[in-house]
Design a protein around this ligand. Sequence first.
Ligand code: NAI
Length: 291
Amino acid sequence: MAETKAIGVIGGGQMGSGIAQIAAVGGIDVWLHDSDAQALSRARSSISGSLQRLVSKGHLSQEVGSDAMQRLRFTSSLEDFRSVDVIIEAIVESEDVKKKVFSQLDRIAKSSAILASNTSSISITRLASATKRPQQVIGMHFMNPVPTMKLVEIIRGADTSDGTFVAVKALAERLRKTVICSQDYPGFIINRILMPMINEAFFTLYTGVATKEDIDVGMKLGTNQPMGPLELADFIGLDVCLSIMKVLHAGLGDSKYAPCPLLVQYVDAGRLGKKRGIGVYTYHKVTEPRL
Ligand code: NAI
């Protein structure tokens, strides 16, 4: 397959904005779509602010920063994805919603286009089944925050072709990421291991074993992690964490993956983490996604 020249990113939240930003910096033309006009305008200002910060800190030249901004196009219409080579989906972590979007993308995208999902846990094989091109559907799971985290986890569905895998691996490497490859099982590698730890931190808090601060300081200093698990959950988004636990629980069928009732309650209360200003912790101002 020829080198990727243009991509479409669907979902302009924390992850989609970061993916669009690094692709534009990497010299790729990017269309970014979100169904919510406000989210799209937040994405534009957060990418622009992030590029300006990178330029002012000397991590990026002024020329590359301005070129990246010019390569980005923000659109409210998916039809604009008609001629892109690769589409990366980064919308809400819901199988039903993602399947609807994949079937729409299948109708719109050119026949050679690859459809990738940034899903944290949902079956790539099932997303592919919503399309007539399952050999061109693949998981391309970036880490948060996308510009600084070095990893991309690639997930092959049951029918993903070697050509699709090779093209997406080359794209990830061009974006200066290290690639790991996972089979298509719930949570893949990263969230199969990370989310049960975060869920267990919620149980530790829920059952009164310790305060949130002691849990986080304990895991930071005791196991050498840059963030405690509860702080990390707030950063990821508690809604995203809960959706992943539900996928692990349903897909692996073991009660050890049952979401902690406290996590469920926080999400019910709209305490979704840093992006909403409140989760396990309270944040003084609603922070823009850190890019
Ligand atoms: P987010 O909540 O920040 O952003 C999701 C965006 O998708 C919102 O702006 C929303 O308006 C848009 N959206 C929802 N349905 C849509 C539709 N049908 N069409 C177009 N746009 C739509 O979520 P976030 O955190 O960026 O997560 C996105 C995906 O990335 C999820 O699948 C999540 O599991 C995955 N992911 C999240 C990570 C994290 O740390 N938050 C890390 C790695 C993957």
